[in-house]
Design a binder for this molecule. Structure first.
Ligand code: TXD
Length: 314
């Protein structure tokens, strides 16, 4: 390993491998890729090591089935669990993934008690709740990735529709990572020009609907799994802000303690990510209908968490 920070990625499937690739490409950290399937993380890390000999980054990667190798990670990205198949909702994954996240979190905490957790596994908000509860980490150190991905989808569709550079589009998508996510029109702009001046409402609403269905659209096309490049890169965008103390404002799944009238639960909100993890939750102005949508989404997340509590395994 090098002198770089250490990121462990649990789950060497599609998202885990994409996150590993991006971490190495940015030379952001050394990577430990862990999975329960023997050979899978070892094979992928060998392939990525060989990639590094061409791309030239100095970061290193190892693949393992042993949590000892994850010892003293700065960040742990949790991707382990089932992914959606066509026709499944994210919520359908809840029973199996709750057990997996519980087991994984216990192991992670034992070996990296000071780490910051970035959860990716679906249903995202509920699995972030599981990781928080099982780890007993302070709320600043447990964060879920969804808003960055949902915003990336919104931006991509806007760029396709308007034929403008996607890098100049800014937006925020709040709420839970589900069909009831809350894309914010008023915080969507292209180089500062409000989106409402550039596209009529009917088209914008269509794009918003496509954003809500963005995950399902890819699941339907792939047939055997769900999206992974954009999710992997989105998680590493969050990790970069934390490791480099960049203080990026990003929509992330965080523990709300009264913000936006949401109490004691995880939900996608705008936050500053710093070396502390979740440094600050920003309370921005929302319209009445956005507030309503956010609360409906929060209620849905809460129902899932209550269901998990009912399992009696945490
Ligand atoms: O926005 C988001 N948060 C998401 C979430 C975007 C895309 C994907 N999202 C969810 O991430 C998806 O619904 C899944 O729940 C996870 C992982 O998706 P991925 O596409 O990477 O799934 P894979 O390719 O099936 O990989 C999962 C890996 C696989 O290799 C399993 O062997 C491993 O997880 N796995 C485990 N590893 C360690 N420990 C345990 N217990 C374990 N169980 C399964």
């Amino acid at each position: 390993m090098s002198n770089l920070p250490k990121i462990s990625i649990i789950g060497a499937g599609n998202v885990g491998a994409a996150a590993a690739y991006r971490t190495l490409e940015l030379n952001l950290a050394d990577v430990v890729l862990l999975d329960i399937v023997e050979g899978l993380p070892q094979g992928k890390s060998l392939d990525l090591t060989q990639m590094l000999s061409v791309s030239g980054a100095s970061s290193k990667i190892i693949g393992t089935n042993d949590y000892k190798d994850t010892k003293d990670s700065d960040i742990v990205i949790i991707t382990s669990g089932l992914a959606r198949k066509p026709g499944m909702s994210r919520d359908d994954l809840i029973t199996t993934n709750t057990k997996i996240i519980k087991e994984v979190t216990e192991n992670v905490v034992e070996h990296s008690p000071n780490s910051i957790l970035i959860v990716i596994t679906n249903p995202l908000d509920a699995m972030t709740y599981v990781a928080h509860k099982v780890s007993a980490f302070p709320k600043e150190r447990v964060v879920g990735m969804a808003g960055v991905l949902d915003a990336s989808r919104f931006k991509a569709f806007l760029s396709m529709e308007l034929n403008v550079a996607v890098s100049k589009i800014d937006t925020l998508v709040l709420g839970g990572h589900g069909d009831d996510m809350v894309p914010l029109k008023n915080y969507t702009a292209i180089s500062g020009v409000p989106i409402t001046q550039l596209i009529d409402d009917k088209k914008l609403n269509k794009i918003i609907q496509r954003t809500r269905d963005g995950g399902a659209e890819i699941v339907k096309l792939l047939k055997t799994g769900s999206a992974f490049y954009a999710p992997g890169v989105s998680a590493v965008d969050m990790a970069e802000s934390i490791l480099k103390d960049q203080r990026k404002l990003l929509p992330c799944c965080v523990f709300a303690n009264g913000e936006y009238g949401v109490k004691n639960q995880f939900l996608g909100l705008p936050v500053i990510l710093s070396s502390k993890g979740v440094d600050e939750i920003l309370e921005i102005e929302l319209t009445d209908s956005e507030k309503e949508e956010l609360h409906a989404s929060a209620l849905h997340v809460k129902e899932l968490c209550d269901l998990i509590d009912g399992f009696g395994i945490l």
